[in-house]
Design a protein around this ligand. Sequence first.
Ligand SMILES: Nc1ncnc2c1ncn2[C@@H]1O[C@H](COP(=O)(O)OP(=O)(O)OP(=O)(O)O)[C@@H](O)[C@H]1O
Length: 311
Amino acid sequence: MAKKDVIVLNSHGAGQYAYADHMPKWGETLSVKNWYVAEDGGKGTNVAVALGRLGIDTAYIGKVGNDPWGDLGEKWLKEAGADATYMYRTDEVSTGTGLILIGPEGQNTVIDGDSSSIVLKEEEVIQALDNMKGSTFFVTGFEVPMRIALAGAKYAKKLGMLTVLNPSPLPEEPMKKLDYIDYLFINEVEGRYICNEAEDAELEPRRLMEEVQEIYGVGNVIMTLGAEGSTALQGEEFFNIPPVRVEKVVNTAGAGDGFMAAAIANLVWGKTLKEAMEWAGKYAALSVTINGTIPAYRPLDEVNAFIEKYN
Ligand SMILES: Nc1ncnc2c1ncn2[C@@H]1O[C@H](COP(=O)(O)OP(=O)(O)OP(=O)(O)O)[C@@H](O)[C@H]1O
């Protein structure tokens, strides 16, 4: 039986970026500058790699194609020390990938491929969880089908694990109660959407999280506020974690995934939720000073050095 500190069930994918001076017409061969595969993994591999690099015993569950993008995900996981045994493979659909064509004014057109996550089966998730009974945390999100993510969370809870959900991308239909979820991580836009609030509406973060608690029946709601830091409602206890100001913000993509991974790592280390969020805020602040998503998830010694310098 392979017990883990954290099991992550969510997607893997790889975005391809290309810079063009115009949009191609049908039949045209367009030469583009600087075509590259970005190291942004999809929320599953992002979180699993971030946790692995922090030294947390982590396993990934998901499905990728039999193609180079799937191989890349497996390589990232293994290099981070995460277990890729349950990175299932399929010939039916290729690994989720998108072509992001960036124009001369920075405008972009995205061609998004179907992701192999859509053919992940509930039985495969259950089998993986059965083989990892006794694990501590189970983390999921909706870049795999919502039905699969929630079935996984319910089963993990039944096996005695602590469950964490990042319900992103949010489904259009309202969700039912999620009272088998222990920790819900959302950003402010998602918080307002769940509460049916306009993005620029006035509801205070605390009230928003109270409503989210009520709607979903989840006791611990953690809401990230971008450059403004983060905030949480743990039962009735509210806390606000002020932002960490860095000299130069280079790239904030994936900051939310990194923040969640860092907070969970601290919960594994026995810290309180408040302590976990303070550390995660520093971890995420370091990540926004580094270009790329996966490259910005730094190992424990580098994060500690940054925190020492910051203090
Ligand atoms: N400009 C910034 N300066 C310092 N810290 C930041 C900045 N932007 C984000 N962070 C940190 O990262 C955390 C997560 O950011 P954010 O709320 O933007 O998540 P998100 O919207 O889920 O991000 P993404 O979807 O890009 O992963 C914040 O709570 C904060 O701690």
